[in-house]
Design a binder for this molecule. Structure first.
Ligand code: ZN
Length: 269
């Protein structure tokens, strides 16, 4: 299998994991521009010169190739040559820019699955391991698997040196205990509980735990942003399967503003 240059819209960066070989690695998912299909690129070393400016919703070109070992289980997995990364378009990076959310949604919506059940069926058929679904918004609940004050968090204090002699700050390691319970639009949906590893969520927790010392307030603050606020948006979940277990996670939240035309339709009914 040979390297091929592709243009990709970067959509998801999961919270970094520590890696001995690469420093911090991030699982990255995006959409191939030519085919509107999902790809998982792992690992991208975000400390490398070319990867540093890679923000969410940037278009970039790079040489990628199928990760043949990985693909036996997850068909969208690719390897990347960090040194070939080249940003091609930053128009969709700034969400405050007029029309940006609509443009992002127009691309992502082409990958929308009807339900989690259908996505899981596809996983069995052809090893699909990434997808976009829409939860029924009234059913969405942001939850924690254990009390917030009991979350295991390993603060990074040391600096490590990677293979290339670069100094890297380690990331704080945070236990995955945040999850959403929701129903999708599947005909036979009996509800889902899925761990959420969205970078923004874990980063909020990391920052806010220093600001809100009282665990009750911290939990309220997280719920306010990740449930109440999200329910006033046009919320989608980007789902991916775990690299070892065959379970589905919410790897990213996609939350354009509610569509005015949709609310008008609802009004007319
Ligand atoms: Zn369902």
């Amino acid at each position: 299998m040979s390297w091929e240059e592709k243009e990709i819209l970067l959509v998801v960066k999961t919270y970094p994991e520590r890696s001995k070989k690469y420093g911090n690695t991030v699982c990255t998912a995006g959409i191939l521009k030519d085919s509107n299909t999902w790809v998982r690129i792992y690992p991208i070393n975000f400390n490398s010169y070319n990867a540093k400016p890679l923000k969410k919703f940037v278009f970039f070109k790079a040489q990628i190739k199928k990760n043949t070992k990985e693909m036996l289980r997850r068909k969208e997995s690719f390897k990347i040559r960090d040194s070939t990364i080249e940003i091609t378009n930053k128009d969709l990076v700034d969400p405050k820019k007029k029309g940006v959310w609509d443009k992002r949604r127009n691309i992502l919506i082409k990958t929308l699955s009807d339900s989690v059940e259908i996505l899981k069926k596809k996983a069995n058929e052809d090893r699909t391991s990434l997808g976009l679904i829409k939860p029924k918004i009234d059913s969405v609940k942001f939850r924690l698997k254990k009390p917030i004050e009991k979350i295991d968090i390993d603060i990074a204090e040391s600096i490590q040196i990677n293979l290339f002699g670069e100094k890297l700050k380690k990331v704080d390691k945070i236990e995955n205990i945040f999850y959403y319970s929701f129903n999708c639009y599947g005909e036979n949906c009996s509800g889902h509980n899925m761990i959420c590893t969205d970078w923004e969520l874990l980063e909020s927790f990391r920052k806010w735990r220093n600001q809100y010392i009282n665990p009750v307030h911290l939990e309220e603050k997280l719920k306010e942003r990740y449930e109440d606020w999200m329910k006033n948006r046009d919320l989608y979940f980007i789902l991916g399967t775990h690299n070892r277990f065959n379970t589905w996670f919410i790897i990213g939240l996609f939350y354009p503003p509610k569509r005015k035309d949709l609310s008008l339709n609802a009004f007319l009914k």
